[in-house]
Structures are given as structure tokens and as C-alpha cells.
Design a binder for this molecule. Sequence first.
Ligand code: IPM
Ligand code: MG
Length: 359
Amino acid sequence: MTHKILVLPGDGIGPEIVAEAAKVLECLRQEHGLDVVLEYGLLGGCAVDELGEPYPEATRRQAREADAILLGAVGGPRWERIERPLRPERGLLAIRADLELFANLRPALLYPQLASASALKPEIVAGLDILIVRELNGDIYFGQPRGIRTLDSGEREGFNTMRYSEPEIERITRVAFEAARKRHRKLCSVDKANVLEASELWREVTGRVAGDYPDVELSHMYVDNAAMQLVRTPKQFDVIVTGNLFGDILSDCAAMLTGSIGMLPSASLDRQGKGLYEPIHGSAPDIAGKGLANPLATILSAAMLLRYSLNQPQLAGRIEDAVGRVLDQGLRTLDITTSGMTPVGTQAMGDAVVAALME
Ligand code: IPM
Ligand code: MG
């Protein structure tokens, strides 16, 4: 059966990095029997420009029909001043909500070759392998009521609502426990239960679900402490499960432990394992169009796509090995260059991964 992959290059560096991941998929198709067709669509600022909204109906149809989606990045200064519902980021939030992609898996894995590119001492990060499971459909990102209103006093007030229902907490917690089972069987749930009722319920529900996973050790941590522990002794963590907002923040923090946010892929999955795969970094408008961006996070996102949505773990492993070999050869894009190394561009990096796949 031919798998349909919807490719959404997006904005900024999106098209450049996605082109390299597409090369990798094309190589697997030609050389290793991967049965896929790639279809292209619009999401984010480019969709606003062409069709007047960040998640247009045409993209919605394509997304529903696809077996998996590969996304570059959305957003940029060009669209910062347009009205809020038309902002590119809204397109991303809309596709996550529309397809019920509630489980966001963000691995933070340190390639040993990059230990010296981390902002932390090599001995603190060597061997780092954390998985952050971030809830993606709820929380203050989607909670109503929200808005900016004018009070009787004439002063304005911005407000948002943090909300989590029991079923929402339970389904993401189960995903995290299942993931922990396949790893080192340690799960840390991060919340702010000392202040927030939404977190109080979160802690109660995760604790209850733990009863079904006696083989996994569950701990709880407040988010402020978790941020500190991540940069103090990151290797204490195996799997972290948390809500949408805390997960957004902690995953950027964890990314930097690995040397560069340009290295980290992510998967956003629905109940059936259909998913949207994207690098966790943004559209980097400052370097867009210059051929400087690191395509490895997107290439590794394609590997996650093969593993989780297409059930092709061997081909996923091939991509990950190829990335490791390219790093062994000393190839580095600007973001992961350390002293004495000459950086290569986006295309050269993609070509090197393809060459390593053909070996
Ligand atoms: C992310 C991004 C998005 C988020 C933005 C672009 C809406 O930061 O995927 O982490 O906040 O979820
Ligand atoms: Mg983020």
C-alpha cells in the first residue's frame, strides 16, 4: 500500500530544511523500497498570503487524507502585525486541534559527537537521552474564556484560562507510561500543583493512572524545579510528562542541552498513531533563504514519521545512523559548529545524509 505523506514546508527556513528531508525520503523510496508519495500543501504565513488563512480548507482536506504529515516551520515578522486569528502560529494550533494530535513526543538526545556544542559541561550532558511528552490539545493554549477586555475602570486586561479535564490528563499520561515502558521505566510528571487547581487535578489523575503501570516508577515535580533540574542534572530524567504550556517551555530548555535546537525532531500523534512531524525549532527568519539552516531536525522528524506512522522502524534507524555517520565525518552546520570546524550549508548537509544512506 502506498503511503501518502503531506509535506507542509511553511515559512522562513521551512522550505529549505523540508527539501532536504524530502531528498532523504526520495532516496529511501528509490533505494530501499519505501512506498510513499509526497503531496505538498500550505500552512502558516504562506497560506495566509495565498489563500487568506493560516489553515485553509484545502490543507485541512489534504491533512485528513494523508497517512502522515511532515512540517517545516511557520511564522515570521511579515505576519506579526496581522490580526491574531490570521497569524501563522494559529495555523499550527488549528491543525493540531483539528486532527486531535494530542500527544507531542519531543526526544532530547545528545549525539556524542556534539557534546562540546552544548552550553553545559560535557560530563553533565554526555549520554543524555530524555523524552518529553507534552500534551498538545488543551491547557491555557486553548482554554476559554480568553481575550483582551476593557474593565469598568477603562483599563484593559488580558486573560487566558488554564484548563485540563480528567480524560485529557488520563490519555496523555497513558501515552507517557507506555513510552516509559519501552525505555528506562521512569516517568516524571511536571506540574504546578502548589499553586494551580488544574495541576492539582493533573497530579491526582497521573497518580491514579500509575496504578495500571506498577513496573514504571512515577515521580512528581513542580515546573520551576524541573527547569532547574534540567540544567543541573539532566540525566536524572527518562520520560517527562507535562501540559501544553510547561511542555513548550521545558522542551526548548531540554533542546539546548543537546547542543542545538537545530537537532531535535518531534512527533504529534492522535489516538491511532497518525501524526504530524516537525523540528522543534521555529522558522528562523534571520537566516531564511541563506542556505545556513540545519536540516537534521527535519530529517530526524522524517525518521520519527517512518517509525510511528508508517511502522518502518528499520528505515527510521537507517536515517538516524546516517545522521550519526555524517556527524562522525565532522560535518556541521553553523548552529553546531565548534572551534576549528568549517560549517557546511543546508544542502551539503542533506546531500551528506543521502550519501551516507547509500553506503
Ligand atoms: C512549539 C512552538 C509553538 C507552540 C508555537 C509556534 C505556536 O513554540 O511547537 O513549541 O507554542 O506550541
Ligand atoms: Mg515552543
